[in-house]
Design a protein around this ligand. Structure first.
Ligand SMILES: Cc1cc2nc3c(=O)[nH]c(=O)nc-3n(C[C@H](O)[C@H](O)[C@H](O)COP(=O)(O)OP(=O)(O)OC[C@H]3O[C@@H](n4cnc5c(N)ncnc54)[C@H](O)[C@@H]3O)c2cc1C
Length: 375
């Protein structure tokens, strides 16, 4: 059996940042993933600028090298209102095959041990957790995504309909014209949208996602919606179609218990409005890794869940309350139309809504008032 201070299950953005933060805090860390890297992960590959701030705090630079920032966003509301504006810092589109591999490499460079291993069983004893009888650790961080086995071991089911979305993505030839991120929503099936995010290498990440409300959504249905909403895309020339679930932050389990904590999608940290999850993954991963290293040093790991809960509440608590309110308001398409009209008129409204949708921004009274006036 291999023994570590901290074992991280899953090497996506949540797991790599958790491993890095724990290692920077002085812990002996193993990072486990069922795949070898580089590996693909179905995603829109849209990386908000705030993600790079979190990574810089962990000493990771140049993650976006070779992938230019996309300078503008065009958004169509369910009622057909359009806002097209420059982005204050630009959003990058970096294929996850590249982005996640760069983060794993940074963790390994910092001294994290990587092992290819699919975790199946999680067993506790008094002062450690044992994974598959093979790896023992004082603390285990479950960063194993939407189908997390660590979350199951904590007794939490997956998100139910109404709090779970399904999306499909592919790589298509980039549409003609200056590079911009395009998001087109749909009347009738709202909340749902199609996207086209140019990568900068002649391709665009394109896809469509929708909230699950009980019935099954087929691949043919998702593809047809994408084609209808973005008819200028060359879908016949697209490759690598893959779908995946998105557990939304409107139904989150407790962040941890005993020596187990959850981060990223395993903790249902996906924005219910935009489907953004990478910012939350790197923030929660960093907090989990920091809490793990601190707990190992102070109590042998016993108080990791309490430390992590406090850190999450401080960093994301108010924002997640604002997102929950936004998600409830946003179910009303007329309000979304009004928000898009307000964002078209006013850069401050645009920036505030972007901060709520892509990072840890909060709504404010001035923004709400400007939206209500445009109803
Ligand atoms: C189609 C689609 C489009 C999206 N677009 C965007 C977007 O443009 N921008 C954005 O910010 N977010 C987007 N998201 C959300 C984003 O992909 C996730 O929020 C993000 O990947 C979460 O990171 P994570 O590290 O928590 O989990 P993941 O990235 O899912 O990583 C989990 C890792 O755990 C590993 N693993 C799983 N089970 C085990 C096991 N039992 N043992 C060992 N390893 C295991 C997996 O191999 C994987 O490497 C999108 C999601 C989908 C489905």
């Amino acid at each position: 059996m291999e023994c570590f201070d901290v074992a991280v299950v899953g090497a996506g953005p949540a797991g790599s940042t958790a491993a890095l933060a724990a290692r920077r805090g002085g812990a002996d860390v193993v990072l486990l993933d069922r795949s070898d890297f580089p590996r693909d992960k179905p995603c829109g590959d849209g990386i908000a600028p705030e993600v790079f701030d979190v990574l810089a705090g962990l000493g990771v630079a140049d993650v976006a090298a070779g992938y230019p920032a996309v300078p503008a966003l065009r958004l169509v509301s369910p009622g057909g209102e359009v806002v097209a504006r420059r982005l204050h810092a630009g959003t990058h589109t970096i294929p996850r095959r590249v982005f996640d591999h760069r983060l794993v490499a940074a963790a390994v460079d910092a001294g994290v041990r990587f092992r290819r291993h699919r975790v199946r069983t999680v067993a506790h004893d008094d002062d450690r957790v044992v994974l598959d009888g093979r790896f023992a650790a004082r603390v285990v961080i479950g960063a194993d995504g939407a189908g997390s086995v660590v979350r199951t071991a904590l007794g939490h089911p997956t998100n139910p309909p109404g709090h779970l979305a399904l999306a499909i993505r592919g790589y298509a030839p980039a549409p003609a014209g200056p590079p911009e991120q395009r998001i087109v929503t749909i009347p009738g099936r709202w909340p749902a949208y199609a996207w086209s995010f140019p990568i900068g290498d002649g391709r665009a990440n394109v896809g469509y996602g929708e909230l699950l409300t009980g019935g099954a959504l087929t691949r043919g249905y998702l593809m047809a919606r994408l084609g209808a909403l973005l008819p200028d895309l060359d879908l016949a020339g697209a490759t690598d179609w893959r779908g995946h679930h998105l557990p939304l932050s409107t139904r989150r389990p407790s962040p941890g218990r005993g020596r187990l904590v959850l981060a990223g999608d395993a903790l249902s940290l996906i924005n219910p409005f935009t489907g953004e999850g990478i910012f939350y993954a790197v923030v929660s991963g960093t907090l989990a890794g920091t809490a793990a290293a601190g707990a190992v040093a102070a109590t042998g790991g016993a108080d990791v869940a309490a430390r992590y809960r406090r850190g999450l509440a401080r960093r994301l608590g108010a924002h997640l309350r604002h997102t929950a309110v936004t998600a409830r308001l946003g179910r009303w398409p007329r309000l979304v139309d009004a928000a898009v009209r307000a964002a078209r008129d006013d850069q401050a409204v645009f920036d505030t809504l972007l901060g709520v949708g892509l990072a840890d921004g909060r709504l404010n009274a001035a923004t709400l008032w400007r939206i209500i006036r445009r109803l």
